[in-house]
Write a protein that binds this ligand. Sequence first.
Ligand code: ADP
Ligand code: MG
Length: 641
Amino acid sequence: MTSSIKTSNLPTPNEPILSRQKLEVFLTSLTLVTAILAFMAANTQQSSIWVLFLYSVAYIAGGYYGVIDSIELLKEKNLDVNLLMILAAMGAAVIGQPAEGATLLFLFSLSNTLQSFAMDKSRKAINKLLQLRSSVARIIRDGQTFDIPIEELILGDIVVVRPGERFPIDGEVMNGSSNVDQSPITGESIPVYKENGDTVFAGTVNGNGALEIKVTRLAEDTTLARIVQMVEDAQNRKAKTQRRLDQFEKYYSGFILGSAVLLIIIPYIFGQSFYTAFYRSMIWLVVASPCALVISTPASILSAIANGARNGILFKGGAHLETTATLKAIAFDKTGTLTTGKPNIKSIIPFGEVTEDQLLRFAASAESKSEHPIALAITRAAELKELNLENVSFFQAFPGKGVLAKTNNDSILIGNRRLFTSQNFIIPNELNHQADDLVEKGETAMLVNVSDQWYGIIGVSDTLREDAEFIVNKLKQAGIQKVIMLTGDNQNVAAEIAKLTGVDEFHAELMPEDKVRILKEIQKKYGATAMVGDGINDAPALATADVGIAMGGAGTDIALETADVVLMADNLSSLPHTIGLAIKANKVVWQNLTFSILVIIGLITSTFIIDLPLPWGVVGHEGSTVIVVLNGLRLLRYNPK
Ligand code: ADP
Ligand code: MG
């Protein structure tokens, strides 16, 4: 029996879950013992007061939580299956079959207890995440090293993390280098090398080097804290199938209750004994109750969400898990998704009298305000050459084209040719040819113009992620029919990457709004489509897709916020797991639904054809409920490797 553990009624991990669980175990045992004693007492002709007392205890112990949960729901004008079971047990007592009623209540509370243990196993995944939190951090203030509670850390504090210790807080490495095991957060199995300037996350484990890190996020804002919050939210958000089942349960319970009454009245009118009619009606109440059916979805979805969280995959709700299982096509953003998003500067071609350093200096000044991967490459190159950048007083990004920045004296434009034609610039032939040459070589060419004077061209190229082709292949094996690449980059680069990764289709030179338009076309053509991006400037496409999948969730806030599914690691390796898990979860949900419906049909048929005794009805009913929950639990262990 189920509904006492509806997801929404589940205690949050901060509440003492155990107290109810322990009490449930106690009450279930009490039901068993008193029921047996009562049965023996009745058979050995003990005083009937004694028998009555023992049965009463058995009834109260066995029905306690069922009654409480039913009353809760009745207050919300909601019927649930708990109520049916309680009524059946009371009915059994009324017609002088208290032993069968007590058996029913015992099995009922036993299966409830088993279920809440099982469901709790999925919930514990969050508790595991909570355990990754440290309580104190070792900081250096005024030359002194001491421990303080992490809640008292302020931004900019310097925290010392020794080899093998867990990072207490999100921060930036200021001193030292080390290999960091990020698997608790991102699911990445291989440690990640961290040095000055790199970000580290609370909950991950330091390798062999001592590190000093600067606190960049308060304890309540860490990536870990937000993952915990999101997984909790996700588990409380109901899947579509479940919402439908909840609706169904309400009417179905009413129907069963009504028909139970008719099952007493009608046969009675037609001359059957009241006892027989009533007994059968009680069995009807039990076997027709959709307990297994109602629990089948949440039991599976909770486990799947927990499995994801352990592997660095956040589903923001059961509904997204369901949609992911039905995907027909997956569209990838190129930069930062199929490629590493860390482009290298390949060519710096100054124009006219301008020097290479001047070109780079102005380009980097403008890009210093941009978060685009290309911008980072350009500013890094300027840093290496120790060029002094101009102060930028105004900055504007043109997504898919480039940027405009103003300094005290100048206005700097850097971007692709589309940027300049859209601003009514006429590009000199020589620059056009040089840009063509770079594109021919597979580079992405950016023109630079400072206060209406052409400064030259910068060519960058991005490296493909090592496993991109492997991942694309895996997705196709998993049943994704079309893998598509969408990019704002030029046709040439796009074609090259498409060839190397083996995507089925690619669209190049797209503005962010073009990506949305093409995505809609893909949805129309192939069906449910996911968009995979890094969240930077592809938020509209992520929102349009049936499932928006953002990667690098541990690094960027936008990714965490805009997507339906977040891959915590900044790579694609968990994508096949994501799809595989969703498909598996879907399968398990359907197995559970089919199984529970068949059991109900089987039990109902037996009730009317072979006069199934009540205890057997209860065994079949509760047994199927437990089986469905255990089947859902299998998803905790799903691992495609
Ligand atoms: P993608 O779809 O590959 O992620 P974007 O839409 O981010 O590409 O950008 C498309 C093109 O716009 C880039 O290839 C580049 O030519 C230009 N661009 C975008 N942002 C910038 C920037 N900050 N600086 C220079 N060029 C840019
Ligand atoms: Mg991008």
